[in-house]
Each structure stands twice: as structure tokens, then as C-alpha cells.
Design a protein around this ligand. Sequence first.
Ligand SMILES: NC(=O)c1ccc[n+]([C@@H]2O[C@H](COP(=O)([O-])OP(=O)(O)OC[C@H]3O[C@@H](n4cnc5c(N)ncnc54)[C@H](O)[C@@H]3O)[C@@H](O)[C@H]2O)c1
Length: 437
Amino acid sequence: MRSSNFNLLKKKILSHEAKIAIIGLGYVGLPYACEFVRNGFKVIGIDLDEGKITALKNNESYITDISSEELKEINRSGLISYTSSYSGIDSADVIDICVPTPLSKSKEPDLFFITSAVHNIKQKITKPKLLILTSTTYPGTTREYVVPTIADRHYAIDRDFFAVFSPERIDPANRRYKLSDIPKVVGGVTKLSGELAVLLFRQIIKNVIEVSSADTAEMVKLLENTFRSINIGLVNEMAIISHKLGIDIWEVIDAAKTKPYGFVPFYPGPGIGGHCIPIDPVYLTWRMKLFNYRTRFIELATDINNEMPDYVVNRLAGILNEKGKSIKNSKTFILGVTYKKDVNDLRESSAMPIIENILHRGGKVSYNDPYVKAINENGLNIKSVKLTQNMLASSDCTVILTDHSLYDYDWIVKHAKFIFDTKNGTRGIKSDKIVKL
Ligand SMILES: NC(=O)c1ccc[n+]([C@@H]2O[C@H](COP(=O)([O-])OP(=O)(O)OC[C@H]3O[C@@H](n4cnc5c(N)ncnc54)[C@H](O)[C@@H]3O)[C@@H](O)[C@H]2O)c1
């Protein structure tokens, strides 16, 4: 039976009077906060990072998908406020949790950010709410952890609050699909929860797909990202095989993808990065250990993908060797250090292990990345240098790790001594100087 709180929330959602709290204003949370504002909803953006809150208040965006100009427009609407405190959260009708879900040092799911957000919410809420968990996680998290932590004798599911899992499928730097164009999957812990969340997302997203449970929605996200991880692992292995056979993998993929059915192109690279593909499948592997099941496909793909940075450095050593050089004392110039093109995100980027490995072998490394002024992590402290004719000509090898669109590849090939291109950024350019992955 529909409780009066269900009817109240439904009415507020349909009239866009519902107030939305977004917890975690990163690559996922900030675009959502903006989309709700664009559709006339009031939003409270909560992030524990004071630096982000100050930047947002000053109209400064820190993610590439939202320009500072857009942010200014959003702020000018007067519909959004930013805070690092949970104190006003009870005024929200909807709470959407978009905090990170990384791996711990021992490569196990680290749910610290979810548990801390849920505990903060629990301490403050008394009024009816729709709770949405967006952070990618293992199947069962919303039902087994979020709901029992929030519920108590006075605050019951389907009477006082409603809970769903709804994964995010945002593809940073993808200009083709805007957030509102990407179909949104929703799975309720209860039927009424799913119903409310579907209504909410229909206000901002064109196509909303409801699945039968929160666990199913959690699994949808893991299937999508595991599919990518495994196919990238496969194509990375194909790149290694093709190199041994003296075949250009990029040409192979270009021809294979002309098949109108049964083939989806994936591309090799120096390793996988970002906050999703290298991490999410491990959540499933971990979960399945409880069921005594070994996720062999996932583990194999993870192994191959994790070995790519070493493979790249070994190939670089081979290229230098052919020119009569060793990595030791040689000068490597890296172009692009982010995990994918046209973003400013360094998380899990293969550039870090590659740079560390070259330095460890006694080589010298410089890098240029228009999106990353400096790298300060894992003991690495390097500043991006200017991409100049002299830098290219004086380096023993230029290695393309990220194929940013801003680069003028013809010009780079013209001035570099040698190029090791791990991303096919030099596609279409013919030169003896280029060696591809
Ligand atoms: N980045 C992507 O492309 C992408 C795509 C789909 C899904 N996801 C998933 O979405 C989730 C968020 O990813 P992201 O890339 O936006 O992460 P992010 O690191 O960019 O943003 C998360 C934000 O949460 C804040 N935060 C952490 N703990 C908090 C707390 N207790 N209260 C309030 N704020 C807190 C952090 O300061 C940070 O600003 C992850 O589970 C990720 O796997 C990410």
C-alpha cells in the first residue's frame, strides 16, 4: 500500500518541488547536480572536500565535462547551494550518494566512503526521503547494508523512506552522449522505491529502465564494466600477439569492425585506468569469494591489463636498443598522462607505473599533458613541460600514452626523433619514425 509519505514525495517529484541532495560532487555527482538544476529542482551539493566547495562557490569547475561558464549559469539560477556539512540534509526529499568506491591497498573493495556517507545521513534524517545509491558497488550493498543502516523502529522502508540503486554510465569527455541522453537503470529495494526513483529520473533523463531489484541494478553496472575490462584484456593480448607476428593490430581492428554484426571494436593501450574499469570487476571477484566461486575470466583480463605498463616499458627498451641505446640514461618524453583522452583524470592511469619503471631503470623522463600541470603522487613529483620542437628533437624517444585531441600529430612526428605510439594517435601518418603498440 502506498503510504502518505510515498504520495507526498511523488507529488513533490512531479511538480519539481522535491529538493535533491547530491553527496559527492565529483565526475558523477557534479554533472547530476547541474542536470537537476537545469530542470528546475533545488539542489544541495555536499562534498567533504572544502577545496571543491570553495571552487564551486567561485564558479570554478574542476572537471572537464562542466565548463566554468556552465557552472556560472547554474549558480546564477539560485537553485543550488554547496556545503561540506550534512547539517541541512534533512531538508532534502531525495538523497543521491555519488562518493568514490576505490580498492584498498590490498586490492579489496573499500566501502569507507559509502559507509561514512550513510552514517552521516543516518544521524540527521527524520523526514521522508528517497535514497539513491549511485556509487558502483557489489550486488547486495543497497539491500544488505544501506537499508538496514538507515532503518530503525521509527524510520521504516516503504513508510518513511525508499531506497534504490541506480548506476551511473557517464563517459567523461564523450561529446556525443549528454547525461540526459544516456538511459538510466533503476532497481528498487522495494517496488514502491523503484516506482518513485523512475518518476524522478524521468524528469531529467529521456529513457529510464526499471529492473526488478537493487541487486539487479548493481549487477548491471558490474556486467557493463566487466565486459569492457575483459574485451580490453582480450584486445591487449591480441596486440601482443600481433606484434610478435609482425602485424599491425590497429589495421586488424579497423578491418574487423567493418563486420556489421557480432563484433564490437575495443582498442589496446598502455593499461587501463580511471575510477571504473580497473576497479569494478574486482568488486565482483571479491563478492564471489563468499560463494566459493573464482571469477576466472575477470582475473585473467585484470592480469593482462595490469601487465601492459611493463609490456610498454619492455617494448620501449627494445626500440631504444635497436637505436643503440639503453633505457639507462636515455631521455623519454611522454605525451599524455591521463587515463583517457581529453580528460584531466589521473586516477589509476598507467602513466604512473610506466614513469616509475623507466626511472627505476635509470632513464630520464619528461612529460607533457595539457590537462595535468604536475604529477604529485606515489612519491612522483614531476611538472608538465612545454611541447616544443626542441623537446621532441632532444628526446631519445617520444611515447604517446594518451591520444589527446589537442595534439598536432603531424607536427609531433615531424620533429620527434622516434615515436612509440601506444594509442594510435598518429593514425594515418606514414613515417619510419613511428613504432606502434
Ligand atoms: N568517473 C566516472 O566516469 C564514473 C562513471 C560511472 C560511475 N562512477 C562511479 O561513481 C562513483 C563516484 O565516482 P566519481 O568519479 O564521481 O568520484 P570522484 O572522486 O570524482 O568524486 C567523489 C566525491 O565524493 C567526495 N566524498 C567522499 N566521501 C564523501 C562523504 N562521506 N561525503 C561527502 N562527499 C564525499 C569526494 O571528496 C569527491 O569529491 C564511484 O563509485 C564510481 O565508480 C564513476
